[in-house]
Design a protein around this ligand. Sequence first.
Ligand code: NAD
Ligand code: IPM
Ligand code: MN
Length: 346
Amino acid sequence: MTRIAVIPGDGIGSEVIAQARKVLDIALPDHDATEYDLGAARYHRTGEILPDSVQAELDQHDAILLGAVGDPSVPPGVLERGLLLKLRFDFDQYVNLRPSRLWPGTTGPLADVKPGEIDLVVVREGTEGLYAGAGGSLHTGSSAEIATEESLNTRYGTERVIRDAFNRASRRERKHLTCVHKANVLTYAGDLWRRTFAEVATEFPAVTTEYQHVDAAAMYLVTRPQDFDVVVTDNLFGDILTDIAAAVTGGIGLAASGCVNPDHSHPSMFEPVHGSAPDIAGRNIADPAAAILSVSLLLEQLGRGDAATAVSDAVAEELAGRTPAEPVDTTATGDRVAERVSRILG
Ligand code: NAD
Ligand code: IPM
Ligand code: MN
């Protein structure tokens, strides 16, 4: 029996996860799901963010499915750092996998790009960089305040994520890997990334390589996103670039992700790229596609390739049938996609 921990979280997190679970129930009948009520409500009720005992329980699962955390009633960062980033770091989810495709039937904002033409995956480093929490503040609150935020980069951390990206690129048709950093300004980290990239590249002669500064990469993602195959980049650059990649492929409501621990020393976690969207929460209009596609990534990671493909094919059918101007009905979408998965798997 596969054990899945489910953290619906805040805002639209619980709305989209309810749909993802309908699909998971059909696609992976032999699983056992345990839901955890982590997030803003529990924080207000008990003061707890992620108790050690809960973290130890999560660690006993084969995978984690998460909706979103963060709420306007909680100071920024408390839940994001205390729950989401803590899990990514403690569970060593160093590959933050963020694929973007312009699905058939989906209209992106770019007039000259046709469905099928964008198919890229960002391998975002998940356990280092500016997210490490190294820094501090002096004279806080005074006019002399100084705040520092340091980017932590290790050879070990850089090399393992770059090697993972090369492996992924070598399994794809175009076999092209772009390393994105800001080596013209971030002297030390940029140099470490570029040297490590060049060294690991020698192990993968079949993969063509390229380096781009992050500002240029952001521009190319908008002007010629078709050219990207696999991108490997630092934690913060990857965060920003994947929102751009989502925007050019039909929006954040379609963007899935996996916080992957390739070594299986702890569970991997699958979550939509989007947040808790307090502006639309409670209205049943959040697009559950990103959460459902995250289930597909989860199934892939568990070695259930057929079920993973059934789920992404079912979402593709759903998207192809959409009328662009019509608002999304969250629960009806979940029902339809689950039915489609059931039909596809026969
Ligand atoms: P957001 O992704 O929640 O929302 C940005 C915009 O996208 C909003 O207009 C929202 O309505 C829209 N949107 C997001 N998901 C959608 C969906 N499925 N369907 C339709 N529209 C959707 O980002 P934000 O507003 O910057 O952050 C809100 C909260 O979420 C903050 O507390 C933030 O820290 C948190 N957050 C959490 C995660 C996560 O848990 N992984 C990710 C990003 C943001
Ligand atoms: C994401 C989010 C998170 C991140 C936040 C909420 C910590 O923006 O998953 O993209 O920056 O990684
Ligand atoms: Mn983000």
